[in-house]
Design a protein around this ligand. Structure first.
Ligand code: ATP
Length: 497
């Protein structure tokens, strides 16, 4: 009967309006007012087209068996910390006996595409809970109070769905929590404040003995932006870092995504893991997917090493472009890239994995480097070497043409950013300083000093190998792509000659 209350109400109102109209009253203002009120109600509850948030039956709930921790590669520490936290939910009786207060919120913080959503889904599976997902941006609306209403609806929906499914708990996952949970600045954004207040109120309302129990998992790429009230004990007091995977993690992720694909025996996934330093899980998934697409394009039954190689370039730099370059431009680009590649081999032997002359993304050519091992700390010597590899392209252009081109702009940006790291880490002649107190002139002077001296060294090293350029240039112009081993053979054969 309750189900039809609204329909009966609408019917009675329509009949009443028709009656008043025929009795000679002007009902138009009432009709307009009712339409506006209806529209506001409709959108505020997330049922209108204006909103991305669908409440009630619209929200997708992930089936219990759909995701487990085994399907998440790497992230061993994050998984372990999360499981420990989730045991609070699983081992309820023990927790109650010991008088431990319930865990209400877990915050997953880390770069994009590292598997935060996957961890939340796996958490729901591990705790045998209903899973509901929303994004912080779904709670942002122009009207004050709408976001807060949606938060209320979300918690209500989680409880109802869990009860319906006979579950004792529900996991609510809110991605991009910083959108609603950003630091409050005293009245500027009343709507955001209300939404955040509502979230805090809902969290405060979670009790140990309530059934179904709600566990909130939030994810952010910008933990430093979050309001202190969200992070205090009793709210999101478990913080789990979800970082970019190391080599072992990358291999694990690649294996997971290779599972449903036909891979040639010649493919060495460990080698791919080595070449994909600093890739996120999402990028690694994309590498496997793009490789399969390349295989499809060539009508190959199996994914070959070359497909994976092309896929890495695509994910790193973008799709090949059809930029038509003149012969002279191609030669300049080739010399520029050889400058980078030769410097890279001189400074870090064995580190070049590809020299390419094909336009991709915004670049006309590129050198792909392969770090010998994951590294998190850098010395002055290492960073100076990095700057010299970066300057190698411009130095080569100067050697052969007497002047540089605009093609080095990106390289210089990179070099300047490394100088900034050197200064901020106290690795320059300025010593340990507060870089925020440095004037632009001072920045400019130290940058010029470091770059000029390293540029001179780079030119000196390349000048001694002028012959290598001429030797390798023809091969690169003809073949367009030279892989690392072939490039090293080329260099060694020149040295031997
Ligand atoms: P964002 O911060 O951008 O929301 P996220 O950290 O939540 O990103 P996910 O949505 O979990 O990232 O990951 C996106 C996709 O990347 C997944 O669907 C999966 O295919 C792949 N992926 C990411 N990390 C991993 C991982 N650790 N193991 C396996 N696959 C992963």
């Amino acid at each position: 009967m309750r189900k039809y209350t609204m329909e009966i109400g609408i019917g009675v109102t329509v009949v009443l309006l028709v009656f008043l109209q025929t009795a000679g009253y002007n009902v138009l203002p009432f009709v307009i007012l009712a339409a506006i009120a209806g529209a506001l109600y409709y959108t505020s509850r997330g049922k209108g087209k204006l909103t991305a948030f669908t409440s009630g039956g619209g929200r997708k709930e992930v089936k219990r068996e759909s995701f487990t921790f085994d399907q998440i590669g790497g992230q061993e520490r994050a998984k372990q910390e999360l499981v420990e936290a989730l045991d609070f939910l699983v081992k309820r009786e023990q927790i109650e006996k010991l008088g431990i207060r319930p865990l209400k919120g877990i915050l997953l913080a880390g770069p994009p595409g590292t598997g935060k959503t996957l961890l939340a889904k796996a958490a729901a599976h591990y705790t045998d809970s209903i899973y509901l997902a929303a994004s912080g941006s779904e709670f942002v609306e122009m009207y004050v109070g709408v976001g807060a209403g949606r938060i209320r609806d979300l918690f209500k929906e989680a409880r109802t769905k869990a009860k319906k499914a006979g579950k004792s708990s529900a996991v609510i996952f809110i991605d991009e929590i910083e959108v609603i949970g950003g630091k409050r600045d005293g009245g500027q954004h009343r709507e955001y404040d209300q939404t955040l207040n509502q979230l805090l109120t809902e969290m405060d309302g979670i009790h140990a003995n309530e059934s179904p129990r709600i566990l909130l998992i939030a994810a952010t790429n910008r933990k430093e932006m979050l309001d202190g009230a969200l992070l205090r004990p009793g709210r999101f007091d478990r913080h789990i870092g979800v970082e970019l995977p190391d080599k072992k993690g990358r291999l694990h992720i690649l294996r997971i995504h290779a599972n449903n694909k036909p891979i040639d025996a010649a493919v060495d996934l460990a080698d791919i893991a080595e070449q994909t330093y600093s890739f996120s899980g999402a990028q690694l998934e994309s590498v496997m997917n793009e490789a399969a697409i390349y295989a499809l394009r060539e009508n190959a039954a199996l994914i070959q090493p070359a497909h994976l190689n092309m896929a890495i370039d695509k994910v790193m730099l973008g799709e090949k472009t059809d930029k038509e370059t003149s012969q002279e431009e191609r030669k300049r680009v080739a010399l520029h890239e050889l400058g980078h590649a030769i410097m890279a081999e001189l400074i870090r032997p064995g580190s070049v994995s590809q020299v390419a002359l094909s336009p991709r993304g915004g670049a006309l050519g590129y050198v792909r480097h392969q770090p010998q091992q994951d590294q998190y700390l850098y010395t002055t010597k290492f960073l100076h070497g990095q700057i010299m590899i970066t300057l190698g392209g411009a130095a080569a252009e100067e050697m052969f043409y007497g002047e540089r081109s605009t093609g080095s702009r990106g390289d210089f940006d990179q070099a300047v950013s490394i100088v900034r790291t050197l200064v901020e880490s106290g690795l320059t002649e300025l010593g340990i300083i507060d870089s925020s107190m440095m004037t632009p002139d001072k920045w400019s002077a130290i940058t010029k000093d470091i770059l000029d001296s390293l540029m001179a060294k780079t030119k000196e090293m390349l000048e001694m190998r002028r012959g290598v350029f001429e030797h390798a240039l023809q091969t690169l112009l003809q073949e367009e792509n030279v892989n690392g081993d072939a490039f090293r053979t080329l260099l060694n054969s020149y040295d031997a000659a």
